[in-house]
Design a binder for this molecule. Structure first.
Ligand code: ADP
Ligand code: MG
Length: 464
């Protein structure tokens, strides 16, 4: 393959059974700075391309053996990153159209005008570069962006998303832990959707919601006549999810006898349906979730240690919502848009005070509670911004346990008066500036509240 001095403008493969014509073309293109390789049949070109990279293929339409159209088709299927320019006979527009339908990017007519060809090549190279850049960006985006519907880019959530991407590619068993409503099921689905198993079933079961007696047949299936109601045999979750993912939600609630059976199934990768003799092999990825402290349960013999180690291969710990205030506002905005779109309400956001109250609240029900809270607030409001009054009373009255006093450094310790001052302000904020309510929360009368506020204002004036 000949090269000229300097930067190569692009790598070109010329496919032409006319040896003289191809040599002439190669010379012309090399003089213009392209790297050119010549092959005389379509079949050889396809084989060669399996081990070589080019940007543009210039193919003659009329060749002995594989036709240019057939080559375009094959290239389009096997090498979507390569663009093809076809060379048509004099005035053969119909065949040019056929070639473009077959996936060619452009065409030039014989006799070849090198200037015209170079313009076509440059456009094609630009197209290739753009395509590559797009694919690269898509990969970068896919690797860094929250998947699908996972909202939140706080540091802990970024870490979670990174682990999701990493484990999705493998078949490793994953244990997702976190308080109720933190998004464990969402993350389990995200792992499945991001995995090579995405086109197969995501079969979920809530171990706490299924009566213990039924759990075994739900998971492993049963044969006909296994018990009174079993008129037909039924495959269990593990077999249904063949090639897919089994999600065992609330695994901490699984009865101990079932834990023993599950452990065996996970070790042997086979299930024995209830009442059956035969064992059925399965191929399903297992993800489990719990809001319990399984290590404590293991210590207290409520959860089998061997099963714990079997499922705790990769652990994803979802932080509670109160630990990621940044996500809270992003999630609130996400839900407001979603709910408003569904209900046709004009609600578009939160007032500053409402946002502050929400950030201060401790969200024991996490994201699920946030979603419910907004659902209710949007149903009740007629304004385009949710105000403090639209939030549940318990949230408005919520007093944050952590006061502004909790700093470590001695230089930052503050006086009792300052603690009181900050606390009064905090309570006022939390109740949306309603002084009657603030006085009620503080258990002082309104006059003392006013007094404190005035001394607060006096201090602010003195300071400002
Ligand atoms: N990061 C998040 N982004 C968007 N929605 C979330 C997020 N985390 C949780 N949710 C939503 O909150 C609700 C509760 O999540 P879920 O996965 O059922 O929690 P868990 O299984 O931990 O109880 C669901 O509607 C879920 O879609
Ligand atoms: Mg759940």
């Amino acid at each position: 393959m000949g090269e000229v001095e300097g930067r190569v403008k692009g790598r070109i493969l010329v496919v032409d059974d006319d040896v003289d014509g191809a040599t002439l073309l190669r010379g012309g293109l090399q003089r213009r700075g392209y790297q050119v390789h010549v092959i005389h049949t379509g079949e050889t070109a396809l084989t060669w391309l399996e081990t070589h990279d080019v940007d543009v293929v210039i193919a003659h339409l009329r060749m002995s053996g594989m036709s240019g159209i057939a080559l375009c088709n094959a290239l389009h299927d096997a090498h979507p990153g390569v663009v093809t320019i076809v060379v048509t006979g004099d005035g053969a527009l119909a065949s040019a159209v056929a070639a473009i339908r077959a996936g060619a990017y452009d065409y030039v007519a014989k006799p070849i005008d090198l200037d015209v060809l170079v313009i076509a090549i440059e456009r094609a190279v630009g197209h290739v570069t753009l395509g590559r850049e797009l694919r690269r960006l898509r990969l970068v985006v896919a690797a860094t962006q929250p998947i699908g519907s996972i909202v939140g880019d706080s540091a802990p959530m970024k870490k979670v998303v990174a682990v999701v991407h990493k484990v999705a590619a493998s078949d490793a068993t994953v244990l997702i832990v976190g308080e109720s409503g933190t998004g464990k099921e969402l993350i389990a689905r995200a792992i499945h959707d991001d995995s090579p198993r995405r086109d197969r079933q995501f079969a979920a079961i809530n171990c706490a919601a299924v009566p213990p007696l039924l759990l075994e047949s739900e998971l492993f299936g049963h044969v006909k006549g296994a018990f009174t109601d079993a008129r037909r045999s039924r495959p269990g979750l593990f077999v249904q999810a063949q090639g897919g993912t089994v999600f065992l939600d609330e695994i901490g609630e699984m009865p101990l006898e079932m834990q023993v059976k599950l452990l065996r199934v996970l070790q042997e990768r086979r299930v024995r349906p209830v009442g059956g003799e035969e064992e059925i092999p399965f191929d399903a990825r297992v993800i489990a979730a719990t809001n319990r402290d399984l290590e404590a349960d293991v210590a207290e013999k409520r959860f089998r240690e061997d099963l714990y180690y079997r499922i705790n291969v990769v652990q994803i710990a979802l932080p509670p919502l109160r630990a990621r205030p940044g996500d809270l506002l992003a999630l609130a905005q996400h839900f407001i848009q979603k709910i408003a779109a569904r209900t046709g309400k004009p609600t578009v956001g939160l007032s500053t005070e409402a946002a502050r109250v929400m950030v201060d609240y401790d969200w024991p029900g996490n994201v699920r509670e946030l979603e419910n809270c907004l659902e209710r607030a949007i149903a009740l409001t007629n304004f385009d911004q949710l105000a403090v009054e639209d939030l549940p009373e318990k949230m408005r009255l919520h007093r944050r346990a952590i006061l502004a006093t909790a700093t470590g450094a001695p230089s930052e310790l503050i006086s009792l008066a300052e603690v009181m001052r900050r606390y009064v302000m905090q309570v006022l904020d939390a109740v949306g500036g309603n002084k009657t309510m603030a006085a009620h929360v503080l258990q002082i009368d309104r006059r003392s509240l006013y007094r404190r506020l005035h001394s607060e204002k006096a201090q602010a004036r003195a300071a400002g």
